[in-house]
Design a protein around this ligand. Structure first.
Ligand code: KG4
Ligand code: ZN
Length: 365
């Protein structure tokens, strides 16, 4: 089945075409195109995303991004279904994508499926090399020997997918920090989440304090590489609390006070020490959940999963205990539409469809 997916929940206009097959027992994806047009430059001067500007940019970019996505995939004649993000996110931005998808549905006469952005992140582990050994290359008829090879590998995959569960999934983005327990691909529940700021939000706010541009996650990571992790001890809120919730607002405030009291602080040390505190909390709580629930795997996703230090630390801790660690390429962790196609395919297989209207506060359970 060929899926065209559209993602406009925040400040990236993203469209992907994905070939999906294998069903729930052995889902397999081939990314035919994955186009992301970022609006970062537009929002940067405001220090964050402005919803009305985001909508305007999506409306402008969608037709261009669609043309590129289809061209790269070799045309759109054989699209079987369209998947679109319906929430959570900025409602004006979401509507831009939903209305665009509705028009395409009418034009192409195909089905349209609403997708939860958080499930997009959650299922992005299916695009990790370890899950599928996915070949992220353009599809062409010439590729058939390779495709055959991939399908030969499917026997072991069916086995593997089952063996990944139970799993603990950490979704860390700009708006969310959630720990999930997954019994299977379709059976999961939330174990805990942040009680205030999301991890990515803390990164963005601390970046701002350090005079770094928005979005700050990648900027802090870069600066932190030159700093000393143990230079400053910042608090690890809720790390020892007997639950799977998080809190990052106190940590952010400690950085604020530290900077106020230490005018000549070395910024790279502040960045490195802050990042160490965030990673310490995320890894400690994820590992505790993995142990408590006897997880065979840990899945990491969301924009903050682009962070190399976090990927490395969580992988190290997981492997120390013989737990699988799955995370997709960075381009499938920051907002993209390939992950929406993956979640959309799972929705289609299980007969789930989110209502086709912008749901700014849509949750995951
Ligand atoms: O998933 P995402 O692209 O959008 C949301 O759904 O929120 O996540 C964006 C967040 C931003 O807060 C950004 O600063 C953070 O992910 N981020 C990072 C890195 N790259 C992006 N945080 C830490 N390290 C990074 N390398
Ligand atoms: Zn996201």
């Amino acid at each position: 089945m060929r899926i065209l997916a559209i993602e406009t929940s925040c400040d990236e206009t993203a469209i992907a075409t994905v070939k999906a097959r294998g069903g729930l027992r052995r889902p397999y994806f081939e990314i035919l195109s994955n186009i992301v047009s970022s609006q970062v430059a537009v929002h940067r001067e405001y220090g964050g995303v402005v919803p009305s500007l985001a909508k305007r940019e999506h409306l402008k970019n969608l037709p261009i991004v669609l043309a590129r996505a289809l061209r790269r995939a070799g045309g759109g004649e054989d699209i079987d279904a369209i998947c679109v993000t319906v929430g959570p996110g900025l409602e004006p931005a979401l509507w831009a994508g939903i209305n665009f998808a509705k028009e395409l549905k009418k034009k192409w006469r195909v089905s349209l499926v609403g997708v939860n952005h958080l499930e997009g992140h959650l299922y992005s582990f299916l695009l990790s090399q370890k899950a599928i050994g996915i070949k992220n290359k353009k599809f062409s008829p010439k590729a058939s020997p390779r495709l055959r090879m991939a399908s030969d590998g499917q026997a072991s995959l069916a086995e593997k997918i089952k063996n990944f569960f139970p799993a603990v999934a950490l979704v860390v983005s700009g708006g969310h920090t959630i720990l999930m327990l997954m019994e299977s691909l379709v059976k999961y529940k939330k174990l805990g989440e942040t009680q205030d700021d999301a991890a990515g939000e803390a990164y963005d706010k601390v970046a701002r304090m350090l005079g770094l541009p928005y979005p700050g996650g990648a900027e802090i990571e870069k600066l932190a590489r030159r700093g000393k992790k143990t230079a400053i001890y910042f608090p690890r809120p809720m790390m020892r609390a007997n639950n799977f919730n998080f809190s990052f607002s106190g940590l952010k405030t400690s950085v604020l006070y530290y900077l106020r009291d230490h005018q000549y602080a070395k910024k790279q040390n502040v960045a490195a020490s802050f990042q160490t505190a965030v990673i310490d909390v995320l890894v400690t709580k994820t590992m505790r959940a993995a142990n408590e629930y006897g997880a065979k795997s840990i899945f990491l996703s969301g924009g903050v999963a682009a962070n190399k230090a976090l990927r490395k630390e969580l992988q190290k801790s997981a492997h120390k205990q013989d737990i699988n660690f799955l995370v997709a390429d960075v381009k499938y962790n920051t907002d993209n539409a390939a992950m929406i196609a993956v979640a959309g395919y799972i929705n289609i297989l299980r007969g789930k469809n989110c209502a086709l209207r912008a749901q700014g506060n849509l949750n995951i359970r």
